[in-house]
Design a binder for this molecule. Structure first.
Ligand SMILES: [Zn+2]
Length: 241
């Protein structure tokens, strides 16, 4: 085939809430789909899940708990990033979160509809991400997120979630969302979906796994998130691994 005649279609599937939820953990981490594992820091399983993922060849991200507009505090787990923190406190928590999740190459937000709109907080996260050479995925919990603007200011690679896979917990719905990811990837060349382990983990893993034939037929490759970054970004942004 001549170069440039075929398009290189790539999609990433980030699975959130490792470290927290149990359902689907083994299905994904012992499975064959090259998902990217977003691991919550500060839980008894954070380190174990990050190491397990890495050992089996999965890319790891920090799933940073951030304050939402609505919802229970308990959904955030320990040491979340809340808007009442000083910049110094926020920075320290982000650094600790990254230390807590070995092998992380990027970070995304868990919840955070309130905190992602807060410039002071987002600035600290982006600064630490730059120092630690992490990319950022905006999970897309608020349309007024400050991540795009501030990541651009600091030259930190930022991608945005296109599709949620399991906002309705059924395998049929996950498959429908996977089909949306495929169409979007065909239109734009790349796409990012987010699913979860935990309550919906088993249906999410089943839906993802049972969509792989469709992706193969459409010639769409599932890749770790870092492979969605432009070559230039990738080269400029060297990871210590
Ligand atoms: Zn989450």
């Amino acid at each position: 085939m001549l170069r440039g005649t075929g398009r290189d279609l790539k999609a990433s599937i980030i699975i959130d809430d490792f470290g927290g939820g149990v359902g689907g953990v083994e299905e994904f981490l012992e499975g064959k789909v090259p998902i990217t594992a977003a691991v919550m820091p500060f839980t008894p399983k954070s380190k174990e899940h990050a190491e397990w993922a890495h050992k089996n060849g999965f890319e790891v991200m920090v799933h940073l708990p951030m304050q939402p507009k609505k919802g229970k505090r308990s959904w955030l787990g320990p040491k979340p990033i809340t808007v009442d923190l000083t910049p110094e406190e926020a920075r320290k928590r982000v650094e600790q979160a990254i230390d807590n999740v070995p092998y992380a190459k990027g970070l995304n937000n868990h919840m955070g509809s309130l905190a992602v709109e807060n410039e002071k907080i987002v600035r600290e996260i982006v600064k630490v991400a730059k120092e630690k050479r992490l990319y950022i995925v905006d999970s897309g919990t608020s349309p007024k997120s400050k991540f795009p603007e501030i990541a651009k200011e600091f030259g930190v690679p930022l991608l945005k979630r296109d599709v949620f896979l399991d906002d309705i917990s059924s395998e049929a719905h996950v498959k429908k969302q996977m089909a949306r990811l495929a169409v979007l990837t065909e239109q734009t060349g790349k796409g990012i979906a987010i699913g979860h382990v935990g309550v919906s983990g088993r249906v999410c893993s089943a839906g993802v796994i049972h969509s792989m034939d469709d992706f193969k037929n459409r010639n769409i490759k599932i890749v770790p998130v870092s492979q969605l970054l432009s070559k230039e970004m990738y080269q400029k942004y060297l990871w210590p691994y």
